[in-house]
Design a protein around this ligand. Structure first.
Ligand SMILES: Nc1ncnc2c1ncn2[C@@H]1O[C@H](COP(=O)(O)OP(=O)(O)OP(=O)(O)O)[C@@H](O)[C@H]1O
Ligand SMILES: [Mg+2]
Length: 256
């Protein structure tokens, strides 16, 4: 079966305008090839600056890139965008949701309105249908009683669970999670991780950047170690955690 997401030889460079050598080119992604199947739970690990966020952002069309390609189903993003690229990005965003470290909820909308916003305005769902689904999703993330609260009345963990429900309302084939718990304390981290594990066990495809090794061990199908813009090694959680091939992986795992 074809992978749902196929990234081939992705290269991304940034020109540094601020550092000690203005104009210096940094190669952040240096030939990433990665295939993710429908329903696969894929975890990306790697030191700070290794390009994890840049990779996720590229998949969702939030970053352009310099060479290589990204295919999501049969939608193609290339380094030299033609006139169809922005339409392709919109199609990809209907299939692939993203959950950020900093939640990014709309502060002036209630929890319920946050969740119904995209289904109503993007998918043109009738409001009562969108509301009914939103309430179901809130129940699923354990927040049925918060439908009419505003984001600033919720804890960080609750806000993140709303952000997950909001993403689920678009029925994405995969969700990209960029360190979804790193702004949270241990207790609320546990609540968010429990929701993510529940989704993973029920077949929700996802690519997760996390320091949560327990999450990776519990539900990941594949783990990939990013280092210096490349995938250094890949495998099952057992292989990567119990028998890593590279010293860099061993060192990275021992430090986290
Ligand atoms: N818009 C940008 N302009 C210039 N350089 C950038 C930009 N975004 C990211 N970078 C650089 O690209 C490199 C990779 O960044 P990225 O955020 O993808 O790393 P990361 O693996 O997500 O790190 P962290 O674990 O700290 O989140 C870093 O050196 C960063 O400084
Ligand atoms: Mg990052």
């Amino acid at each position: 079966m074809l992978p749902m997401i196929q990234i081939t030889e992705l290269v991304k460079r940034f020109v540094d305008h601020s550092g000690s050598e203005p104009g210096k080119v940094h190669t952040v992604l240096n030939g990433i090839t990665l295939a993710v199947a429908r329903g696969e739970v894929c975890v990306l690990l790697g030191p700070s600056g290794s390009g994890k966020s840049t990779l996720l952002r590229s998949i969702n069309g939030l970053e352009s890139f310099d060479s290589g390609e990204i295919m999501v189903d049969n939608i193609r993003l290339t380094a030299t965008p033609g006139p169809d690229q922005s339409a392709a990005i919109l199609k990809i965003r209907r299939q692939i949701g993203m959950v950020f470290q900093q939640f990014h909820l709309f502060p002036h909308l209630t929890v319920l309105q946050n969740i119904t916003e995209a289904p109503v305005h993007v998918l043109k769902q009738p409001l009562d249908e969108a509301r009914a689904l939103a309430l179901q999703l809130l129940d699923r993330v354990g927040l049925a009683s918060k439908a009419h609260s505003r984001p600033d009345q919720l804890s960080g963990g609750q806000q993140q669970r709303v952000a997950i429900a909001r993403t689920l309302a678009m029925k994405p084939a995969a969700i990209l999670f960029d360190e979804p718990t790193s702004a949270l304390d241990p207790h609320t981290t546990g609540e968010v991780t429990a929701v993510m594990q529940d989704l993973a066990r029920n077949g929700q495809g996802m690519i997760v950047v996390t320091h949560g090794m327990q999450f990776a061990r519990a539900v990941a199908h594949s783990v990939h170690i990013l280092h210096a813009g490349r995938i250094l090694e890949s495998g099952t959680p057992q292989k990567i955690f119990d028998a890593p091939e590279h010293d860099v992986t061993r060192r990275f795992l021992s430090e986290t």
